[in-house]
Design a protein around this ligand. Structure first.
Ligand code: FES
Length: 126
């Protein structure tokens, strides 16, 4: 994968926090409108902060890598902070993505927002 940063390769080869979560506080599955790849995100929320994120992604190496990266990045963030996270921030945080692969980081950003919306719906949290 010569076009990818060392961090992308490292997260792709050693993904963090992948797999199911028992009784998540919020969850969502989204598809990438560009390619149809899919990601499921499950979150645990305590005191208004995301304390854990787990994920299952069917996608390309950058999608897997940004899913893994996001799961470590957002631990402890407030709901509002996670909702404001952009795909560009994820792509930059992981060392950049090739121009034709920047869209791959949209999965994690969109799925996280949807999982928080699910949490807000379940908990009645504004
Ligand atoms: Fe589909 Fe990368 S090609 S997420």
């Amino acid at each position: 994968m010569p076009a990818y940063s060392d961090l992308v390769v490292e997260h792709f080869q050693n993904p963090r926090n992948s797999g199911e979560m028992t009784d998540p506080d919020g969850e969502a599955t989204t598809a990438n409108p560009v390619c149809g790849d899919r990601m499921r995100v499950m979150i645990r929320v305590k005191g208004g902060r995301v304390t854990e994120m787990r994920w299952l992604t069917r996608g390309c190496p950058p999608a897997i890598a940004t899913s893994s990266f996001a799961s470590e990045l957002i631990r402890g963030w407030t709901l509002a902070e996670v909702e404001a996270l952009t795909r560009e921030q994820l792509a930059e945080g992981i060392g950049g993505l090739p121009k034709d692969k920047v869209h791959c980081s949209v999965l994690a950003a969109d799925a996280l927002r949807a999982a928080i919306a699910d949490y807000r719906g379940r908990s009645g949290s504004p």
